[in-house]
Write a protein that binds this ligand. Structure first.
Ligand code: NAD
Length: 704
């Protein structure tokens, strides 16, 4: 018998137990173990019923995704085991607790009955990896739950509760009892009843239960909102086949389409994203058994745009928050906005009125810093100004209790300097939330020179607990994301000075799949906000001595064109619709003449994409070279979760591999020749040059 799958007799029932921690993933050993166990049942006529369950905290929570990366991976072997389970001539009952996801639910659906504890959840999330269920899931789920429900579950990847699964016909019974005794009792009952075995595969989906035009409407949705994900269109095809074709033919189609998905670049990118997010939580060199600092109460300083949103993350997770402001009016406004946001969620049915009240009851507003004395973590989110922040940090160093963690939400300022201001730099790091802070998943965790390891580890863990995707960054201007963004915006503006229009730049970038080009993005975030960052950066000596550097955004601000909020920025807006504005083109022309920049008649989309994105990749390589980011995947995680880089392109570094690092490097050199390189804009990072010379890809990281 295998280590991970065991068979045990309880009277006339066989218990097949899967024990493959942490989540009982369907690795080869589990599949092989199941095959052996099924054969044992087949050969033992004394067994009258079989219960399949899993040890630990969950049923089988999915496939071993790493196996998908092996070139000859296929699902035939697992599907065969499932067919053997279904073909057994004695009732087989899947007993579900925790989650039955992906292959786990496919296994359960091959059993004759499914019982679950009330807290269990089931789902087929393959689409999130650009895949479809590949072990007959697309064929069995519609036969159990109907085409509409199956389609919805597979297209969204959403896991449903055990109760919903009972209503949908996926689960037969909720267990009031403990899992194994409950399942055993159920097994004995069905064995005694001796009913014909309810196998799923021979069933047909009753066409009368399929809503009119279900598949056509689903396809239209995809055309209306293309996702770049290869899964959805093929899932629709498979479910349609489940309605129209015999099981075997549906399974054949599914197997073929599964492989198409798996071999696609987009699915590889989505899988990369999955692994990268998981990897980003790991901090090299940190001992595993570090004792974390308890965080039970959180303080936030500043109740502005960011402070309120930051507070909401903790309130929603049930942690009390003290929010400190400088002025009563700002405090009232900030707290009012938090309530308004929660009420908007309640209006959309995402939370109940009593949950809104419960969150608000956890929030305490004050003008007195002394009220922070009990907090285990305090995050400052006051104005982006070194002097103000230094004063605030000094104050925090005094009022916070020993052992409390002090964090700054600064976007650009030197975290080490702020850490020194507190007088206790070991307790300090950056927590760079993105706006809106209660919505955006990314959190850049900025590791200062003196940040204590357990402080870093505590915040990484806390980030996960409040639903964020944390990525560690070292200290530098703009950290990982905004630092790379700078080169992207630099080239955007030079392209405008050379004669490209905002809509042309945006269209070219959006053609790649980014939801918004750079001009629309700044108009939305605020031209004034963006221009002030440039001005501040120049004042601190961080910019090249080039008067043309991001001159457009500054000129727009001077003209009061602050973006969408003022009805004009890079575009003019009519009913929030961006329209090309001749005044902006004229302004760009004037600036170009002033700086002696040649106006060109035609600039290709290809040039726009290369000039905006290749320097960004180059900066990413520099960030790796300097040790600011630990791995290319961390950079991709930042860009997908913080800047809307399409997940099916895998992030900028993964995309660079797709284009080819040598090609990126060569084009940077070409642009240096073509556009001139007085200010070093086209200097290639040593790492990128080395990679190009040695034929390395970012996926080969770490290089020896
Ligand atoms: N807005 C964004 O998109 C964004 C994104 C990421 C990070 N950040 C960073 O977050 C921080 C806050 O930005 P914001 O957009 O929320 O600014 P904001 O101007 O909306 O809010 C700042 C708040 O801090 C309060 N404040 C100022 N001095 C104070 C003091 N001494 N004590 C207590 N409260 C004080 C102000 O009254 C104001 O309400 C900045 O460091 C900014 O760089 C902003």
């Amino acid at each position: 018998m295998s280590d991970v799958v065991t068979l045990e007799r309880r009277g006339e029932t066989a218990l097949i137990r899967i024990d493959n921690p942490p989540v009982n993933a369907l690795e080869r050993a589990v599949r092989d173990g199941l095959r052996v166990a099924v054969a044992q049942v087949r050969d033992d006529p004394d067994i009258r019923a079989v219960v399949v369950y899993a040890a630990g905290r969950t049923f089988v929570a999915g496939a071993d995704i790493a196996e998908f990366e092996t070139p000859d991976f296929e699902t035939d072997g697992f599907r065969e085991v499932l067919d053997q389970i279904e073909a057994l001539d004695r009732p087989v009952i899947a007993a579900i607790h925790g989650t039955a996801l992906g292959g786990g639910l496919e296994l359960a659906m091959a059993c004759h009955y499914r019982v679950a504890v009330p807290t269990a959840r089931v789902g087929l999330p393959e689409v999130t990896l650009g895949l479809l269920p590949g072990a007959a899931g697309t064929q069995r789920l519609p036969r159990l739950a109907g085409a509409e429900k199956a389609l919805d579950m597979m297209l969204t990847g959403r896991a449903i509760s055990a109760r919903e699964a009972v209503q949908a016909g996926i689960v037969d019974e909720l267990l009031e009892d403990e899992l194994v005794p409950g399942a055993l009792a159920f097994a004995e009952q069905v064995a005694q009843r001796n009913d014909p075995l309810p196998r799923t595969s021979p069933r047909a989906v009753d066409p009368a239960t399929v809503p009119d035009q279900l598949f056509q409407r689903a396809r239209e949705q995809l055309v209306k909102r293309p996702t770049g994900n290869p899964g959805p269109s093929r899932i629709i095809q498979c479910v349609e086949a489940a309605v129209q074709l015999p099981f075997e033919q549906g399974v054949e189609l599914e197997a073929r389409l599964f492989q198409e998905c798996r071999e696609s670049r987009e699915s590889a990118a989505l899988r990369h994203r999955f692994f990268a997010e998981r990897e980003a939580r790991k901090i090299p060199g940190l001992p595993r058994d570090l004792e974390l600092r308890p965080v039970k109460r959180v303080g936030v300083v500043g109740a502005g745009t960011m402070g309120g949103g930051i507070a909401m993350n903790f309130l929603s997770a049930g942690l009390p928050v003290v929010i400190v402001e400088a002025e009563q009016a700002a405090l009232d406004r900030g707290i009012g906005l938090v309530r308004k946001n929660y009420e908007a969620s309640a209006a959309k049915g995402r939370m109940s009125a009593s949950q809104v009240d419960a969150c608000m009851a956890l929030l305490h507003g004050t003008l007195d810093y002394a009220d922070l004395a009990d907090c285990d973590l305090v995050i400052e989110a006051v104005f982006e100004n070194m002097q103000i922040k230094e004063t605030v940090c000094q104050r925090l160093g005094e009022v916070c209790k020993p052992g409390a963690i002090i964090a700054s939400n600064t976007s650009t300022l030197d975290v080490n300097r702020l850490a020194r201001a507190t007088g206790r730099p070991n307790d300090v790091l950056g927590m760079h939330f993105f706006s809106p802070a209660n919505v955006m998943r990314l959190l850049e965790v900025v590791r200062g020179g003196d940040t204590a390891p357990e402080v870093l580890a505590t915040v990484m863990q806390l980030a996960g607990a409040i639903g964020k995707v944390p990525v560690v960054s070292g200290v530098c201007y703009g950290f990982i994301g905004n630092r790379m963004l700078e080169s992207y915006l630099r080239e955007t503006e030079f392209l405008l000075l050379e004669g490209a229009t905002p809509s042309q730049v945006d269209r070219a970038i959006q053609s790649l799949g980014l939801p918004m080009g750079p001009c629309r993005m700044i108009d939305l975030a605020g031209v004034d906000v963006a221009a002030k960052v440039v001005i501040e950066h120049r004042a601190t000596g961080g910019l090249p001595d080039d008067p043309a550097y991001r001159a457009v955004v500054q000129a727009l601000m001077e003209q009061g064109r602050h973006g969408q909020k003022t009805g004009a920025g890079y575009y003019r807006y009519e009913d929030r619709k961006p329209l090309e504005d001749a005044e902006v083109l004229e302004l760009c022309g004037q600036l170009a003449r002033r700086f002696g920049i040649e106006h060109r008649r035609s600039i290709s989309d290809e040039e726009i994409i290369e000039r905006c994105l290749y320097p960004l990749i180059n900066e990413g390589a520099r960030i790796l070279e300097e040790g600011i980011a630990y791995r290319p995947g961390d950079i991709d995680t930042v860009w997908i979760n913080g800047y809307g880089f399409p997940d099916y392109l895998g992030g900028p570094m993964f995309w660079a591999d797709t284009v080819g690092v040598q090609e990126v490097c060569q084009r940077l050199a070409d642009y240096a020749d073509l556009r001139g390189n007085d200010h070093g804009y086209w200097d290639r990072s040593a790492l990128l040059e080395r990679m190009a010379a040695q034929g390395l890809a970012f996926s080969d990281w770490p290089f020896s």
